[in-house]
Design a binder for this molecule. Structure first.
Ligand code: PGA
Length: 253
Protein backbone atom coordinates (compact mmCIF):
# COMPACT_ATOMS: atom_id res chain seq x y z
CA UNK A 1 0.00 0.00 0.00
CA UNK A 2 1.06 3.54 -0.45
CA UNK A 3 0.18 6.91 0.97
CA UNK A 4 0.80 8.91 -2.19
CA UNK A 5 -1.06 12.22 -1.97
CA UNK A 6 -2.04 13.30 -5.49
CA UNK A 7 -0.64 16.53 -6.88
CA UNK A 8 -2.22 18.86 -9.41
CA UNK A 9 0.43 21.17 -10.84
CA UNK A 10 -0.10 24.09 -13.23
CA UNK A 11 2.62 24.76 -15.81
CA UNK A 12 1.92 28.28 -16.97
CA UNK A 13 4.71 28.23 -19.58
CA UNK A 14 5.48 31.72 -20.98
CA UNK A 15 2.21 33.29 -19.87
CA UNK A 16 1.09 35.98 -17.41
CA UNK A 17 2.64 39.15 -16.06
CA UNK A 18 3.31 39.43 -12.34
CA UNK A 19 0.02 41.32 -11.91
CA UNK A 20 -1.99 38.72 -13.84
CA UNK A 21 -0.24 35.91 -11.99
CA UNK A 22 -1.05 37.43 -8.62
CA UNK A 23 -4.70 37.85 -9.58
CA UNK A 24 -4.94 34.19 -10.61
CA UNK A 25 -3.30 32.78 -7.48
CA UNK A 26 -5.43 34.99 -5.26
CA UNK A 27 -8.55 33.40 -6.77
CA UNK A 28 -7.07 29.91 -6.39
CA UNK A 29 -6.07 30.53 -2.78
CA UNK A 30 -9.53 31.85 -1.87
CA UNK A 31 -11.34 28.94 -3.46
CA UNK A 32 -9.06 26.33 -1.95
CA UNK A 33 -9.37 27.90 1.51
CA UNK A 34 -13.17 27.70 1.23
CA UNK A 35 -13.20 24.16 -0.10
CA UNK A 36 -10.14 22.10 0.76
CA UNK A 37 -8.98 19.76 -1.98
CA UNK A 38 -7.78 16.24 -1.18
CA UNK A 39 -4.72 16.76 -3.35
CA UNK A 40 -1.68 19.01 -3.16
CA UNK A 41 -1.64 21.99 -5.50
CA UNK A 42 1.31 23.68 -7.17
CA UNK A 43 1.76 26.43 -9.74
CA UNK A 44 4.78 27.05 -11.99
CA UNK A 45 4.70 30.68 -13.17
CA UNK A 46 7.38 32.18 -15.41
CA UNK A 47 10.54 33.39 -13.62
CA UNK A 48 9.43 37.01 -13.77
CA UNK A 49 6.29 36.30 -11.72
CA UNK A 50 7.80 33.93 -9.14
CA UNK A 51 8.49 36.52 -6.46
CA UNK A 52 5.01 38.05 -6.72
CA UNK A 53 3.31 34.66 -6.66
CA UNK A 54 5.33 33.43 -3.68
CA UNK A 55 4.45 36.59 -1.80
CA UNK A 56 0.75 36.27 -2.66
CA UNK A 57 0.69 32.62 -1.57
CA UNK A 58 2.47 33.09 1.75
CA UNK A 59 0.50 31.30 4.47
CA UNK A 60 -1.37 29.07 1.98
CA UNK A 61 -0.67 25.42 1.10
CA UNK A 62 -0.18 26.12 -2.61
CA UNK A 63 3.38 25.35 -3.63
CA UNK A 64 5.43 27.14 -6.28
CA UNK A 65 7.81 25.73 -8.89
CA UNK A 66 10.19 27.23 -11.42
CA UNK A 67 9.92 25.97 -15.00
CA UNK A 68 13.62 25.31 -15.55
CA UNK A 69 16.98 25.50 -13.76
CA UNK A 70 20.61 25.71 -14.79
CA UNK A 71 22.96 23.02 -13.44
CA UNK A 72 25.76 25.20 -12.09
CA UNK A 73 25.17 27.03 -8.82
CA UNK A 74 26.74 30.35 -9.86
CA UNK A 75 29.22 31.84 -12.31
CA UNK A 76 29.56 33.35 -15.77
CA UNK A 77 26.40 31.93 -17.36
CA UNK A 78 24.59 34.96 -18.74
CA UNK A 79 20.84 34.55 -18.72
CA UNK A 80 20.72 31.40 -16.60
CA UNK A 81 19.11 30.92 -13.19
CA UNK A 82 20.54 28.51 -10.62
CA UNK A 83 18.95 26.17 -8.11
CA UNK A 84 20.20 28.12 -5.06
CA UNK A 85 18.60 31.27 -6.54
CA UNK A 86 15.29 29.47 -7.08
CA UNK A 87 15.40 28.00 -3.58
CA UNK A 88 16.24 31.41 -2.16
CA UNK A 89 13.06 32.84 -3.73
CA UNK A 90 10.97 30.27 -1.86
CA UNK A 91 10.23 27.72 -4.58
CA UNK A 92 10.01 24.09 -3.53
CA UNK A 93 9.93 22.40 -6.95
CA UNK A 94 11.34 22.79 -10.48
CA UNK A 95 10.00 21.40 -13.76
CA UNK A 96 12.91 19.63 -15.45
CA UNK A 97 13.15 18.20 -18.95
CA UNK A 98 9.81 19.44 -20.28
CA UNK A 99 9.40 18.37 -23.92
CA UNK A 100 9.35 22.00 -25.03
CA UNK A 101 12.81 22.42 -23.44
CA UNK A 102 13.97 19.23 -25.13
CA UNK A 103 12.51 20.10 -28.55
CA UNK A 104 13.05 23.85 -28.76
CA UNK A 105 16.00 24.53 -26.47
CA UNK A 106 18.26 21.53 -26.93
CA UNK A 107 17.76 19.79 -23.60
CA UNK A 108 19.07 16.20 -23.72
CA UNK A 109 18.92 13.30 -21.31
CA UNK A 110 22.40 14.35 -20.13
CA UNK A 111 21.53 18.00 -19.49
CA UNK A 112 18.25 16.95 -17.86
CA UNK A 113 20.23 14.75 -15.51
CA UNK A 114 22.52 17.64 -14.56
CA UNK A 115 19.49 19.82 -13.85
CA UNK A 116 17.99 17.08 -11.68
CA UNK A 117 21.16 16.85 -9.64
CA UNK A 118 21.28 20.64 -9.24
CA UNK A 119 17.74 20.53 -7.82
CA UNK A 120 18.66 17.91 -5.25
CA UNK A 121 21.77 19.81 -4.12
CA UNK A 122 19.54 22.79 -3.33
CA UNK A 123 16.75 20.85 -1.71
CA UNK A 124 14.35 21.41 -4.60
CA UNK A 125 12.06 18.63 -5.84
CA UNK A 126 12.37 18.06 -9.59
CA UNK A 127 9.20 17.39 -11.58
CA UNK A 128 10.98 15.26 -14.15
CA UNK A 129 9.10 15.22 -17.48
CA UNK A 130 9.35 12.47 -20.04
CA UNK A 131 7.28 11.23 -22.94
CA UNK A 132 7.34 9.94 -26.50
CA UNK A 133 6.62 11.74 -29.77
CA UNK A 134 3.85 10.64 -32.12
CA UNK A 135 6.37 8.93 -34.43
CA UNK A 136 7.81 7.02 -31.50
CA UNK A 137 4.36 5.92 -30.36
CA UNK A 138 3.35 4.85 -33.86
CA UNK A 139 6.55 2.88 -34.32
CA UNK A 140 5.90 1.02 -31.08
CA UNK A 141 8.85 2.45 -29.16
CA UNK A 142 6.97 4.31 -26.41
CA UNK A 143 8.18 2.09 -23.57
CA UNK A 144 11.76 2.00 -24.80
CA UNK A 145 11.82 5.79 -25.14
CA UNK A 146 10.41 6.65 -21.72
CA UNK A 147 12.57 4.04 -20.00
CA UNK A 148 15.67 5.44 -21.70
CA UNK A 149 14.70 8.99 -20.65
CA UNK A 150 14.13 7.76 -17.11
CA UNK A 151 17.37 5.83 -16.77
CA UNK A 152 19.58 8.41 -18.49
CA UNK A 153 17.92 11.31 -16.69
CA UNK A 154 18.26 9.71 -13.29
CA UNK A 155 21.79 8.59 -14.18
CA UNK A 156 23.71 8.20 -10.97
CA UNK A 157 21.40 10.49 -9.00
CA UNK A 158 21.09 9.46 -5.37
CA UNK A 159 17.82 10.10 -3.58
CA UNK A 160 17.60 10.18 0.20
CA UNK A 161 13.83 9.74 -0.06
CA UNK A 162 11.21 9.00 -2.74
CA UNK A 163 9.70 12.38 -1.85
CA UNK A 164 12.64 13.99 -3.65
CA UNK A 165 11.39 12.93 -7.07
CA UNK A 166 8.21 13.48 -9.06
CA UNK A 167 7.79 12.11 -12.57
CA UNK A 168 5.49 13.61 -15.17
CA UNK A 169 4.60 11.42 -18.12
CA UNK A 170 3.71 13.80 -20.94
CA UNK A 171 3.27 12.23 -24.37
CA UNK A 172 4.55 14.94 -26.71
CA UNK A 173 1.65 14.37 -29.13
CA UNK A 174 -0.82 15.22 -26.35
CA UNK A 175 0.70 18.51 -25.22
CA UNK A 176 -1.39 21.51 -26.19
CA UNK A 177 -3.05 19.51 -28.96
CA UNK A 178 -6.36 18.63 -27.34
CA UNK A 179 -5.43 14.96 -27.87
CA UNK A 180 -5.02 13.35 -24.48
CA UNK A 181 -3.79 9.84 -23.88
CA UNK A 182 -6.69 7.60 -22.90
CA UNK A 183 -6.65 6.54 -19.25
CA UNK A 184 -5.52 3.04 -20.26
CA UNK A 185 -2.75 4.36 -22.54
CA UNK A 186 -1.50 6.60 -19.73
CA UNK A 187 -1.88 3.96 -17.02
CA UNK A 188 0.19 1.39 -18.91
CA UNK A 189 3.08 3.82 -19.30
CA UNK A 190 2.82 4.96 -15.66
CA UNK A 191 2.87 1.38 -14.51
CA UNK A 192 5.92 0.63 -16.69
CA UNK A 193 7.70 3.68 -15.28
CA UNK A 194 6.94 2.60 -11.73
CA UNK A 195 8.22 -0.87 -12.49
CA UNK A 196 11.43 0.56 -13.92
CA UNK A 197 11.86 2.79 -10.86
CA UNK A 198 11.44 -0.35 -8.78
CA UNK A 199 14.20 -2.10 -10.69
CA UNK A 200 16.59 0.77 -10.07
CA UNK A 201 15.63 1.95 -6.58
CA UNK A 202 13.57 -0.90 -5.13
CA UNK A 203 9.82 -1.50 -5.09
CA UNK A 204 9.25 0.35 -1.82
CA UNK A 205 10.82 3.51 -3.24
CA UNK A 206 8.89 3.19 -6.51
CA UNK A 207 5.56 2.87 -4.71
CA UNK A 208 6.07 6.24 -3.03
CA UNK A 209 7.06 8.27 -6.11
CA UNK A 210 4.33 10.49 -7.56
CA UNK A 211 3.84 10.00 -11.30
CA UNK A 212 1.77 12.80 -12.86
CA UNK A 213 0.13 12.69 -16.26
CA UNK A 214 0.33 15.74 -18.54
CA UNK A 215 -1.06 16.50 -21.98
CA UNK A 216 -4.39 18.19 -22.65
CA UNK A 217 -5.83 17.48 -19.19
CA UNK A 218 -9.14 19.34 -18.87
CA UNK A 219 -11.88 19.42 -16.24
CA UNK A 220 -13.90 16.89 -18.25
CA UNK A 221 -11.17 14.27 -18.71
CA UNK A 222 -9.22 14.70 -15.47
CA UNK A 223 -11.24 12.34 -13.31
CA UNK A 224 -10.98 9.33 -15.59
CA UNK A 225 -7.19 9.81 -15.78
CA UNK A 226 -6.72 10.47 -12.05
CA UNK A 227 -8.79 7.39 -11.18
CA UNK A 228 -6.08 5.13 -12.64
CA UNK A 229 -3.99 3.29 -10.11
CA UNK A 230 -0.61 4.68 -11.09
CA UNK A 231 -1.68 8.21 -12.05
CA UNK A 232 -1.04 10.48 -9.08
CA UNK A 233 -2.39 13.75 -10.45
CA UNK A 234 -1.49 15.95 -13.38
CA UNK A 235 0.81 18.53 -14.87
CA UNK A 236 -1.59 20.94 -16.49
CA UNK A 237 -0.65 23.48 -19.17
CA UNK A 238 -3.39 25.40 -20.98
CA UNK A 239 -6.14 24.58 -18.49
CA UNK A 240 -4.09 25.90 -15.56
CA UNK A 241 -4.27 29.45 -16.90
CA UNK A 242 -7.95 29.86 -16.06
CA UNK A 243 -9.05 29.60 -12.44
CA UNK A 244 -12.30 27.76 -13.17
CA UNK A 245 -10.66 25.11 -15.33
CA UNK A 246 -7.75 24.56 -12.95
CA UNK A 247 -10.07 24.35 -9.94
CA UNK A 248 -12.27 21.89 -11.83
CA UNK A 249 -9.24 19.68 -12.35
CA UNK A 250 -8.10 20.06 -8.74
CA UNK A 251 -11.50 18.94 -7.47
CA UNK A 252 -11.42 15.91 -9.79
CA UNK A 253 -8.32 14.62 -8.04
P1 PGA B 1 -1.25 21.09 -21.92
O1 PGA B 1 0.30 21.15 -21.48
O2 PGA B 1 -2.04 20.75 -20.68
O3 PGA B 1 -1.55 22.46 -22.45
O4 PGA B 1 -1.37 20.03 -22.95
C1 PGA B 1 0.84 20.26 -20.53
C2 PGA B 1 2.30 20.57 -20.33
O5 PGA B 1 2.97 20.96 -21.30
O6 PGA B 1 2.83 20.45 -19.20
Amino acid sequence: MTDRVPLVAGNWKMNKSAVEATALVNILAQSLAARHPVCDVLVAPPFTALAAVIEALRGTDIMVAAQNVFWEDSGAFTGEVSAPMIRDLGCTHVIVGHSERRQLFGDTDTSVSKRLQACLRSDLIPIFCLGETLDQRESGSTFAVVKRQLIEGLGSVKFASPRQLILAYEPVWAIGTGLNATPSQAQEVHSALREELGTVFGAGFAQQVLILYGGSVKPDNAKSLFDCEDIDGGLIGGASLKADDFLGIIYSA
